[in-house]
Every structure is written in C-alpha cells, then in structure tokens.
Design a protein around this ligand. Structure first.
Ligand SMILES: [Zn+2]
Length: 130
C-alpha cells in the first residue's frame, strides 16, 4: 500500500500536492508547482492544469482534450532531474523532469525542461525551454 503523494514525495496527497490544489497561492517554489501539475495530470484535473498555466501561453480551449488524455493513460511516477532558481524569492525558474506513464500497454515518458514564471505573485507553468 503506497500512501505517498502521486508526485513521489513521502507525504500524503493532502499534505503535499493537495495543499496546492486547494489554493495555488500556497505554492512556494517552481518545483512544487511542477509536482502539483504532475499530480493534477494523474487526477485528470483540467481545471488545475489551466489555473497553473501562465495566462499568456495557456490554451483554454484544449482543457478537455488534455484532461481526456491524462485520464486515458496510467501515470507511473515523476522524476525531477534538476531545478534552477524557482525559489520563494525568485520570479523565474526551470525544472527538468521525466514523467513516466503507460499508454496502450507501453511504458513511455515525457522529458521536458520547463520554465516557470510568477504571475501576480503565484508560480505558473510558462512552457518548454527545450
Ligand atoms: Zn505531491
């Protein structure tokens, strides 16, 4: 029985990404926002995926498509490879990660270095760096 948060931290969901999902203003670092977005993918929580996306780059009309895809795959685990800046006093940061999932019986992963930028004091996902 694994009670860890889907993002992999040894905390319950309520003590980890659940805090972010309740109120995004609680997110202190870019890595925590990244983790909360991964967990939102595992819950197919399209509302949070849109809320946590920078308003200049998000595609609100793709919310359902993204949530449907997130629901259709089996999320396995998140691996944070590196994180630069993105601390409580920073305005920007990057997080490099692999998100593992199973799609049509095949294990795959999404590898990305993401840029996070604060918008009105709250961490938001801006997009892919590379
Ligand atoms: Zn978590």
């Amino acid at each position: 029985m694994n009670a860890n948060c889907p993002c992999g931290r040894e905390k319950t969901y309520e003590e980890c990404c659940g805090i972010a999902h309740k109120n995004i203003a609680n997110v202190k670092t870019a890595e925590d926002l990244m983790r909360s977005r991964y967990t939102a993918f595992t819950h197919a929580n399209g509302d949070y995926l849109m809320l946590s996306h920078h308003t200049t780059t998000r595609e609100l009309d793709r919310k359902q498509e993204i949530a449907d895809w997130a629901w259709s795959v089996e999320w396995l685990r998140l691996e944070i490879i590196s994180a630069f800046d993105g601390g409580p006093d920073d305005e920007e940061g990057t997080v490099e990660f692999r998100a593992y999932f199973k799609e049509n019986g095949k294990e795959k992963y999404l590898y990305e270095t993401s840029r996070f930028i604060k918008e009105r004091g709250k961490w938001k996902y801006h997009g892919i760096v590379r």
